[in-house]
Design a protein around this ligand. Structure first.
Ligand code: ZN
Length: 243
């Protein structure tokens, strides 16, 4: 399985898990053109798109995707907020229920974010094993068993945000109450059994309030795992094991 980062960060998120036969799109917060290009214009390869919540940096192309014939899976609250509830390509998914999309199994769970009904996802495929996708949440309300790969938000560092946004109280509070800091990301990772984890991919770094190298170093030091900071255009092997 290959992971492609089509976009990451507050300008737009979209991640693609793809093998020879099929592909799963996670988020569609970028231009539809970028999604089409990442798939070599073969949208039929998509078993679907899963969307965590309605904010533009995660759901921008939701309507265009549906018009292009892609089924989009999101909570009822997310579809309502996007105005897509009545679209025949819209599937309402619920936390703690398992869904089969091609050979991917998806199990959504609730997260804490300033959105209507935001979700995180546990994704299982025989090639990737169990993948945790966790973004746009203040902290992780759960721990997870038997993880093999992790895609997780590390949005900001307390140190950087205190200095940068000291005069912008509202923005600072909004970020701190709805996104995961580096410290919280590390807490969340270490609350789980990481013994079978092959990759940790850090996503949604805030342009101004993070530091790529520091984030990678800190998470590597705290977990002893292979850590990659997502960048637009990144492609990497995303299997259960490095071999
Ligand atoms: Zn958001």
């Amino acid at each position: 399985m290959k992971l492609t980062v089509i976009g990451t960060g507050s300008k737009g998120n979209a991640y693609l898990l793809e093998n020879e036969e099929e592909a799963l799109l996670i988020e569609c917060g970028v231009n539809i053109k970028a999604i089409k290009q990442a798939l070599d214009f073969n949208l039929r390869k998509l078993v679907g798109c899963i969307v965590s919540h309605e904010h533009g940096d995660h759901a921008k192309s939701i309507k265009e995707l549906m018009e292009a014939g892609v089924n989009v899976y999101a909570s009822a609250g997310t579809h309502k907020a996007c105005g897509t509830t009545s679209n025949h390509r819209a599937s309402m998914i619920m936390a703690d229920v398992e869904y089969q999309l091609g050979n991917f199994k998806i199990r959504p769970f609730d997260v804490r974010h300033d959105a209507a009904q935001p979700l995180g996802f546990l994704i299982n495929h025989s090639e990737t094993g169990n993948v945790l996708f966790l973004t746009d949440t203040m902290y992780s309300p759960y721990t997870f068993r038997n993880l093999n790969n992790i895609i997780i938000e590390a949005n900001y560092s307390h140190k950087v945000i205190r200095v940068k946004l000291q005069k912008m109280e509202f923005l600072k509070n909004r970020v701190m109450e709805s996104h995961m800091s580096l410290d919280e990301c590390i807490n969340c990772l270490n609350a789980n059994d990481l013994s079978q984890v092959n990759n940790i991919v850090l996503i949604h770094l805030s342009d101004g309030n993070s530091d790529e190298k520091l984030f990678k170093d800190e998470v590597t030091k705290a977990t002893g795992k292979t850590v990659t900071v997502a960048d637009n255009g990144l492609q990497m092997n995303f299997n259960k094991t490095p071999f």
